[in-house]
Design a protein around this ligand. Structure first.
Ligand code: PRP
Ligand code: MN
Ligand code: MG
Length: 180
């Protein structure tokens, strides 16, 4: 796997340090609010487990699965709900955990969905943000790192389902997806 990476953008150490900082920030915001923390499958799973262990806050967890990339490098433009949460969000303080925001379509879709169900507050924490990719207006409340307009993998982010378990984030060598 390491061999397929052109360049490391953020090391395991840098990511862990940022998770601690973000966790402490979120801890202050959410203490006493009993948030429902929702991880967006599958990419957010790794970040979710790291961030919540830096929060000494009563919280509940749930997961929602939407997909628009179908494993590839380009957004299909169509967000599809694959698996819903099991919890009611009515009157709840919802915190979305994402690995990356690119076009913004995924979180635009999710925010609208939960607003319609009567969530009290909806906020977004994403580890990575790719502002140059934005096609719809979504503004995360907390961002770990910005990334350039390149296809990045690792720490939850995939190409065709692979590379999610890389403990760091890097740019994939173009030859890996070029001849597809
Ligand atoms: C990726 C990523 C975000 C979303 C961001 O998920 O994990 O959820 O795309 O892109 P957007 O801002 O352009 O919507 P993907 O749909 O590939 O599913 P996955 O998490 O299962 O890989
Ligand atoms: Mn995702
Ligand atoms: Mg994906």
């Amino acid at each position: 796997m390491n061999n397929d990476i052109l360049k490391t953008l953020y090391s395991q150490q840098q990511i862990q340090k940022r998770c601690q900082q973000l966790g402490h920030t979120l801890d202050k915001v959410y203490r006493g609010k009993r948030p429902l923390v929702i991880g967006v499958l599958k990419g957010a799973v790794i970040f979710m487990t790291d961030i919540i262990r830096n929060m000494d806050t009563y919280m509940q967890m749930d997961f929602i699965d939407v997909s628009s990339y179908n494993g590839g490098t380009k957004s299909s433009g169509h967000v599809k709900l694959q698996k819903d949460i099991d919890t009611s969000v009515k009157g709840r303080n919802v915190l979305f955990i994402e690995d990356i925001i690119d076009t913004g379509r995924t979180l635009d879709f999710l925010q609208k969905l939960l607003r319609g169900r009567g969530a009290k507050s909806i906020r977004i924490c994403t580890l990575f943000d790719k502002p140059a990719g934005r096609l719809v207006d979504v503004k995360p409340n907390w961002v770990g790192f910005k990334v350039p307009n390149e296809f990045v993998v690792g720490y939850g982010m995939d190409y065709e389902g692979y590379y999610r378990n890389l403990p760091y984030v890097g740019i994939l060598k173009p030859k890996i997806y070029e001849n597809k």
